[in-house]
Design a protein around this ligand. Sequence first.
Ligand SMILES: Nc1ncnc2c1ncn2[C@@H]1O[C@H](COP(=O)(O)OP(=O)(O)OP(=O)(O)O)[C@@H](O)[C@H]1O
Length: 228
Amino acid sequence: MIELKDVSVTYDKTKHLALSDVNLEIGTGEFVFVVGKSGAGKSTFIKLLLKELEPSLGQIKIDSRNITQMKKRDIPYYRRKLGIVFQDFRLLSEKTVYGNVAFAMEIVEKSPSEIKDRVNEVLELVGLSHRADYFPDQLSGGEQQRVGIARAIVNKPDFIICDEPTGNLDPNTSKDIMNILENINNQDTTIIMATHDKEIVNYMQKRVIALSGGKIIKDGRGGYPNED
Ligand SMILES: Nc1ncnc2c1ncn2[C@@H]1O[C@H](COP(=O)(O)OP(=O)(O)OP(=O)(O)O)[C@@H](O)[C@H]1O
Protein backbone atom coordinates (compact mmCIF):
# COMPACT_ATOMS: atom_id res chain seq x y z
CA MET A 1 0.00 0.00 0.00
CA ILE A 2 1.27 3.44 -0.98
CA GLU A 3 -0.16 6.31 1.07
CA LEU A 4 0.26 10.04 0.61
CA LYS A 5 -0.96 12.11 3.52
CA ASP A 6 -1.34 15.89 3.15
CA VAL A 7 1.55 16.01 0.70
CA SER A 8 2.63 19.32 -0.79
CA VAL A 9 5.68 20.13 -2.87
CA THR A 10 6.95 23.64 -3.34
CA TYR A 11 9.99 24.01 -5.58
CA ASP A 12 12.54 26.03 -3.62
CA LYS A 13 13.84 28.35 -6.29
CA THR A 14 10.56 29.43 -7.86
CA LYS A 15 8.32 28.87 -4.81
CA HIS A 16 5.98 27.12 -7.24
CA LEU A 17 3.43 24.89 -5.48
CA ALA A 18 3.62 21.81 -7.73
CA LEU A 19 1.53 19.50 -5.51
CA SER A 20 -0.94 20.84 -3.01
CA ASP A 21 -2.31 18.84 -0.08
CA VAL A 22 -2.50 15.52 -1.91
CA ASN A 23 -4.10 12.60 -0.08
CA LEU A 24 -4.35 9.20 -1.69
CA GLU A 25 -3.92 5.49 -1.19
CA ILE A 26 -2.85 2.97 -3.81
CA GLY A 27 -3.38 -0.63 -2.78
CA THR A 28 -1.09 -3.52 -3.59
CA GLY A 29 -1.95 -4.94 -6.99
CA GLU A 30 -3.75 -1.84 -8.26
CA PHE A 31 -3.30 -0.38 -11.75
CA VAL A 32 -3.46 3.39 -11.58
CA PHE A 33 -3.17 6.06 -14.23
CA VAL A 34 -2.01 9.51 -13.18
CA VAL A 35 -3.21 12.01 -15.76
CA GLY A 36 -3.36 15.76 -16.23
CA LYS A 37 -2.27 18.53 -18.52
CA SER A 38 1.34 19.59 -18.81
CA GLY A 39 2.38 21.16 -15.52
CA ALA A 40 -0.36 19.40 -13.52
CA GLY A 41 2.16 17.70 -11.23
CA LYS A 42 2.53 14.18 -12.66
CA SER A 43 6.33 14.21 -12.81
CA THR A 44 6.52 15.73 -9.37
CA PHE A 45 4.38 12.89 -8.03
CA ILE A 46 6.60 10.30 -9.71
CA LYS A 47 9.76 11.95 -8.37
CA LEU A 48 8.35 11.69 -4.87
CA LEU A 49 7.85 7.95 -5.24
CA LEU A 50 11.36 7.56 -6.66
CA LYS A 51 12.72 9.62 -3.79
CA GLU A 52 14.31 12.03 -6.22
CA LEU A 53 12.37 14.73 -4.41
CA GLU A 54 11.13 15.19 -0.84
CA PRO A 55 7.72 16.59 0.05
CA SER A 56 7.77 20.07 1.53
CA LEU A 57 4.89 19.01 3.77
CA GLY A 58 3.17 15.71 4.57
CA GLN A 59 4.13 12.07 4.63
CA ILE A 60 4.53 9.21 2.19
CA LYS A 61 4.21 5.68 3.50
CA ILE A 62 4.89 2.46 1.67
CA ASP A 63 3.59 -0.63 3.41
CA SER A 64 3.32 1.48 6.58
CA ARG A 65 6.95 2.60 6.37
CA ASN A 66 7.38 6.36 6.34
CA ILE A 67 9.74 6.86 3.40
CA THR A 68 10.05 10.58 4.07
CA GLN A 69 12.18 9.72 7.09
CA MET A 70 14.45 7.29 5.28
CA LYS A 71 18.19 7.68 5.74
CA LYS A 72 20.09 8.68 2.58
CA ARG A 73 22.12 5.49 2.61
CA ASP A 74 18.92 3.40 2.51
CA ILE A 75 17.59 5.05 -0.65
CA PRO A 76 19.43 2.75 -3.12
CA TYR A 77 17.95 -0.29 -1.34
CA TYR A 78 14.50 1.29 -1.44
CA ARG A 79 14.86 1.88 -5.19
CA ARG A 80 15.66 -1.78 -5.78
CA LYS A 81 12.08 -2.55 -4.75
CA LEU A 82 10.64 -0.56 -7.61
CA GLY A 83 10.81 -0.82 -11.37
CA ILE A 84 10.79 2.13 -13.73
CA VAL A 85 9.73 2.31 -17.36
CA PHE A 86 10.61 5.47 -19.30
CA GLN A 87 9.12 7.12 -22.37
CA ASP A 88 12.48 7.09 -24.15
CA PHE A 89 13.33 3.47 -23.13
CA ARG A 90 16.84 4.34 -21.85
CA LEU A 91 18.48 1.11 -22.94
CA LEU A 92 22.25 0.59 -23.00
CA SER A 93 23.11 0.72 -26.70
CA GLU A 94 26.26 -1.39 -26.39
CA LYS A 95 24.47 -4.27 -24.67
CA THR A 96 22.14 -6.80 -26.26
CA VAL A 97 18.53 -7.26 -25.22
CA TYR A 98 19.67 -10.06 -22.92
CA GLY A 99 22.54 -7.92 -21.62
CA ASN A 100 20.31 -4.95 -20.84
CA VAL A 101 17.97 -7.04 -18.74
CA ALA A 102 20.74 -9.07 -17.11
CA PHE A 103 22.55 -5.88 -16.13
CA ALA A 104 19.73 -4.93 -13.76
CA MET A 105 20.35 -8.20 -11.90
CA GLU A 106 24.14 -7.98 -12.08
CA ILE A 107 24.16 -4.67 -10.23
CA VAL A 108 22.23 -6.24 -7.36
CA GLU A 109 24.74 -9.09 -7.37
CA LYS A 110 22.50 -12.01 -8.26
CA SER A 111 24.21 -15.26 -9.14
CA PRO A 112 24.92 -16.07 -12.82
CA SER A 113 22.56 -19.05 -12.82
CA GLU A 114 19.75 -17.04 -11.23
CA ILE A 115 20.32 -14.26 -13.78
CA LYS A 116 20.20 -16.67 -16.71
CA ASP A 117 16.94 -18.31 -15.60
CA ARG A 118 15.17 -15.11 -14.66
CA VAL A 119 16.24 -13.09 -17.74
CA ASN A 120 15.04 -15.88 -20.03
CA GLU A 121 11.77 -16.00 -18.08
CA VAL A 122 11.05 -12.27 -18.40
CA LEU A 123 12.08 -12.14 -22.07
CA GLU A 124 9.54 -14.88 -22.67
CA LEU A 125 6.93 -12.92 -20.70
CA VAL A 126 7.38 -9.82 -22.87
CA GLY A 127 7.58 -11.89 -26.07
CA LEU A 128 11.20 -11.14 -26.90
CA SER A 129 13.03 -14.46 -26.51
CA HIS A 130 13.72 -14.44 -30.25
CA ARG A 131 15.42 -11.04 -29.99
CA ALA A 132 17.72 -11.82 -27.03
CA ASP A 133 20.92 -11.31 -29.06
CA TYR A 134 19.80 -8.14 -30.85
CA PHE A 135 21.06 -4.68 -29.94
CA PRO A 136 18.60 -1.85 -29.15
CA ASP A 137 19.16 -0.11 -32.51
CA GLN A 138 18.09 -3.31 -34.28
CA LEU A 139 14.66 -3.21 -32.59
CA SER A 140 11.39 -1.38 -33.22
CA GLY A 141 10.18 1.14 -30.64
CA GLY A 142 7.65 -1.33 -29.28
CA GLU A 143 10.34 -4.00 -28.93
CA GLN A 144 12.63 -1.53 -27.17
CA GLN A 145 9.88 -0.73 -24.72
CA ARG A 146 9.37 -4.45 -24.08
CA VAL A 147 13.03 -4.59 -23.11
CA GLY A 148 12.41 -1.61 -20.82
CA ILE A 149 9.55 -3.49 -19.19
CA ALA A 150 11.58 -6.70 -18.88
CA ARG A 151 14.35 -4.74 -17.16
CA ALA A 152 11.82 -3.09 -14.82
CA ILE A 153 10.33 -6.38 -13.64
CA VAL A 154 13.39 -8.62 -13.61
CA ASN A 155 14.14 -8.02 -9.93
CA LYS A 156 10.50 -8.63 -8.95
CA PRO A 157 9.72 -5.12 -7.73
CA ASP A 158 6.87 -4.29 -5.36
CA PHE A 159 5.61 -1.70 -7.78
CA ILE A 160 6.35 -0.33 -11.23
CA ILE A 161 6.31 3.31 -12.20
CA CYS A 162 5.77 4.03 -15.87
CA ASP A 163 6.42 7.56 -17.09
CA GLU A 164 4.62 8.03 -20.45
CA PRO A 165 5.64 4.54 -21.60
CA THR A 166 3.59 4.81 -24.80
CA GLY A 167 4.66 8.39 -25.60
CA ASN A 168 6.91 7.33 -28.49
CA LEU A 169 4.75 4.51 -29.85
CA ASP A 170 1.91 4.24 -32.36
CA PRO A 171 -1.59 3.33 -31.08
CA ASN A 172 -1.44 -0.40 -31.91
CA THR A 173 2.02 -0.86 -30.45
CA SER A 174 0.86 1.09 -27.39
CA LYS A 175 -1.98 -1.36 -26.87
CA ASP A 176 0.44 -4.30 -27.09
CA ILE A 177 2.59 -2.65 -24.43
CA MET A 178 -0.45 -2.06 -22.23
CA ASN A 179 -1.49 -5.70 -22.56
CA ILE A 180 1.95 -6.73 -21.31
CA LEU A 181 1.66 -4.32 -18.38
CA GLU A 182 -1.79 -5.69 -17.61
CA ASN A 183 -0.39 -9.25 -17.54
CA ILE A 184 2.26 -8.12 -15.09
CA ASN A 185 -0.38 -6.36 -12.99
CA ASN A 186 -2.44 -9.57 -12.95
CA GLN A 187 0.49 -11.20 -11.17
CA ASP A 188 -0.14 -8.73 -8.32
CA THR A 189 2.46 -6.09 -9.16
CA THR A 190 1.19 -2.58 -8.53
CA ILE A 191 1.47 -0.33 -11.60
CA ILE A 192 1.43 3.45 -11.54
CA MET A 193 1.49 5.06 -14.95
CA ALA A 194 1.70 8.77 -15.70
CA THR A 195 0.36 9.54 -19.15
CA HIS A 196 -1.25 12.00 -21.56
CA ASP A 197 -2.47 9.14 -23.74
CA LYS A 198 -6.27 9.47 -23.72
CA GLU A 199 -6.80 6.56 -26.09
CA ILE A 200 -4.87 4.20 -23.84
CA VAL A 201 -6.59 5.37 -20.64
CA ASN A 202 -9.97 4.90 -22.32
CA TYR A 203 -8.93 1.47 -23.62
CA MET A 204 -7.79 0.19 -20.23
CA GLN A 205 -10.66 1.41 -17.98
CA LYS A 206 -8.59 1.38 -14.80
CA ARG A 207 -8.41 3.74 -11.83
CA VAL A 208 -7.59 7.25 -13.02
CA ILE A 209 -6.19 9.93 -10.73
CA ALA A 210 -6.46 13.30 -12.45
CA LEU A 211 -4.28 16.17 -11.35
CA SER A 212 -4.76 19.82 -12.16
CA GLY A 213 -2.64 22.60 -10.75
CA GLY A 214 -1.12 20.16 -8.26
CA LYS A 215 -4.44 18.99 -6.84
CA ILE A 216 -6.40 15.78 -7.34
CA ILE A 217 -9.52 16.79 -9.22
CA LYS A 218 -10.83 13.29 -9.92
CA ASP A 219 -10.08 9.81 -8.67
CA GLY A 220 -12.13 6.91 -9.97
CA ARG A 221 -12.35 4.03 -12.37
CA GLY A 222 -13.13 4.64 -16.03
CA GLY A 223 -11.82 6.53 -19.01
CA TYR A 224 -9.86 9.75 -19.40
CA PRO A 225 -11.77 12.51 -17.57
CA ASN A 226 -13.19 15.40 -19.60
CA GLU A 227 -11.05 18.49 -19.42
CA ASP A 228 -12.49 21.97 -19.21
N1 LIG B 1 12.60 21.88 -10.76
C1 LIG B 1 11.54 22.71 -10.78
N2 LIG B 1 11.66 23.97 -10.30
C2 LIG B 1 10.59 24.81 -10.31
N3 LIG B 1 9.36 24.48 -10.75
C3 LIG B 1 9.19 23.24 -11.24
C4 LIG B 1 10.26 22.29 -11.29
N4 LIG B 1 9.80 21.14 -11.83
C5 LIG B 1 8.50 21.37 -12.12
N5 LIG B 1 8.14 22.62 -11.76
C6 LIG B 1 6.79 23.21 -11.90
O1 LIG B 1 5.88 22.45 -11.14
C7 LIG B 1 4.64 22.24 -11.87
C8 LIG B 1 4.37 20.75 -12.01
O2 LIG B 1 5.37 20.21 -12.89
P1 LIG B 1 5.44 18.67 -13.28
O3 LIG B 1 6.70 18.50 -14.04
O4 LIG B 1 5.21 17.83 -12.10
O5 LIG B 1 4.18 18.57 -14.28
P2 LIG B 1 3.73 17.39 -15.26
O6 LIG B 1 2.28 17.17 -15.00
O7 LIG B 1 4.62 16.25 -15.11
O8 LIG B 1 3.94 18.04 -16.69
P3 LIG B 1 4.41 17.34 -18.08
O9 LIG B 1 3.26 16.51 -18.52
O10 LIG B 1 4.64 18.53 -18.98
O11 LIG B 1 5.64 16.57 -17.79
C9 LIG B 1 4.80 22.97 -13.18
O12 LIG B 1 4.16 24.23 -13.09
C10 LIG B 1 6.29 23.15 -13.34
O13 LIG B 1 6.60 24.33 -14.04
